[in-house]
Ligand binder design. Structure first.
Ligand code: AMP
Length: 435
């Protein structure tokens, strides 16, 4: 059998592919990133790209050494039997913050808004919407702790999914307070779970010491049963005055802008560098456990990465999950631009002229040609299969006169047009089809 792609990866296929679905359509991926580009760049976000592999240490500090991602899901990068301590990036934030610090972007006026998109890698067990290579659109703002920045980030995330036509999305908003608030909360959790250590999963026994908040995130059923039984109070009850005021300000902006959200006290982010605002974007058809995306404020991250203290906030959504949600809602892509001209030679000797006519038009138009001589019927069928607006035929008479026999595929009308006038005809038809 021919070789196959690695587990947990997908090929993004062109239109017309026999096995095409929206979530593996190359054009759909581009539609999502183009839409994101439009929304985010209108808000002043600058596009940035960082490497697909980074130092393992960066990812460890950025994502957290105790997370499943770092402990179980990292792809190491090997070369010539050795590895230089690099891993494929599992998410975008750490690399973007590193790039911001490393390239002196801090000298630019703050807040500095960045966005990117690209593949991310996690060795997870494959399911629908859970891949080993998946794609994210990522927005990050560095250099400001203003709640207005948080609200704008959430607004932009909602704008992107709305621009894609999605309706069934829900923003779940929470706050995880400041580090001292989390210390108080962790002390509370230690007391609460400490009395039932024997019922915790092994992972959570470990978390009880290091980071009890992460128990709330546990996937283990025994942990979740205990959590439900103990009626654990949410982090939101433990916000200090400053974090409380910040949270109220974010909600105030969202209310004023009519962004729908629900306050979700169960949102937790276990890592020390997270501060205050945290949210998830959910969709009715994706399932409660898997979000379309998420975001949060990470004021402590730059310092954690060895840089100077720089507040930051960002979000990412998974493009595959967005496309699955679009498919579930019955949304389709906008029509692809119509191919304008297909040029066919009626005999082999005129194929080069057909090619040249097409090539010269390409600076302004979609134009392709047949590589072999074709009978008129076949040429028209080929033009129709491609959805071309016009088919041009070139035989001996046309070649001698410097013309083509041009058929308008929607009216069926055929006329002789000078090669030099083709651009004008195609241009006029593009204008009239737009009006
Ligand atoms: P995270 O960085 O874990 O907060 O993930 C942000 C978003 O990326 C999620 O909400 C998903 O939409 C997407 N995502 C994360 N992991 C995967 C994966 N293994 N496969 C597909 N999408 C993913």
């Amino acid at each position: 059998m021919a070789l196959q792609r690695p587990k947990g990866t997908q090929d993004h296929l062109p239109d017309g592919s026999p096995k095409l679905r929206l979530d593996i359509s190359a054009r759909a991926f581009r539609y999502v990133t183009d839409t994101a580009a439009q929304v985010l760049e209108r808000a002043g976000a600058a596009f940035i790209e960082t490497p697909m592999f980074e130092e393992a240490e960066l990812v460890k500090r950025g994502v957290g050494g105790s997370t499943d991602i770092v402990r179980k899901e990292m792809f190491m990068v090997y070369y010539f039997g050795d590895h230089g301590g690099y891993v494929l990036r599992p998410e975008g934030t750490a690399g973007l913050v590193r790039a911001y610090l490393e390239n002196g972007l801090k000298q630019l006026p703050a807040p500095f808004k960045l966005w990117t998109h690209g593949p991310m890698f996690r060795a997870e067990r494959q399911q629908r919407g859970r891949l080993r290579q998946f794609h994210q659109v990522d927005y990050e703002v560095l250099g400001s702790a203003d709640p207005l920045v948080d609200a704008e980030a959430i607004w932009l995330m909602v704008q992107v999914v709305q621009a894609l036509g999605l309706k069934g999305v829900e923003v779940k908003l929470g706050s995880i307070g400041d580090p001292e608030d989390r210390e108080t909360y962790n002390a509370y959790l230690r007391g609460l779970f400490g009395a039932h250590v024997e019922r915790l999963s092994d992972d959570s026994k470990d978390r009880l010491e290091r980071n009890p908040m992460r128990i709330l995130d546990s996937k283990s059923q025994e942990d979740q049963e205990l959590i439900a039984e103990l009626s654990v109070r949410p982090m939101l009850d433990f916000l200090g005055a400053e974090a409380e005021a910040h949270f109220a300000a974010v909600r105030g902006f969202l209310d004023a802008w009519n962004v729908a959200y629900t306050v979700d006290p169960s949102i937790v982010r276990g890592l020390d560098y997270y501060r205050r605002t945290a949210w998830e974007l959910h969709h009715a058809h994706i399932g409660a456990k898997s979000a379309l995306g998420g975001g949060g404020r990470y004021d402590g991250l730059a310092k954690e990465l060895g840089g100077s203290d720089t507040p930051g906030i960002g979000w990412a959504f998974g493009v595959e999950r967005i496309l699955i949600a679009m498919e579930e809602e019955g949304l389709s892509l906008p029509a692809a631009p119509q191919p304008q001209l297909y040029v066919a030679a009626l005999d082999a000797g005129h194929v080069p002229m057909a090619a040249q006519v097409a090539l010269e038009l390409r600076s302004d138009f979609w134009a392709d040609f047949g590589y072999k001589a074709q009978k008129p019927g076949n040429a028209f069928r080929e033009g129709e299969r491609r959805g071309a607006a016009y088919v041009a035929l070139i035989g001996s008479d046309e070649a001698a006169a410097g013309t083509v026999a041009l058929k308008n595929m929607s009216t069926g009308e055929q006329q002789s047009v000078k090669v030099a006038d083709l651009a004008a005809v195609l241009g006029a038809s593009a204008l009239s089809s737009r009006s």
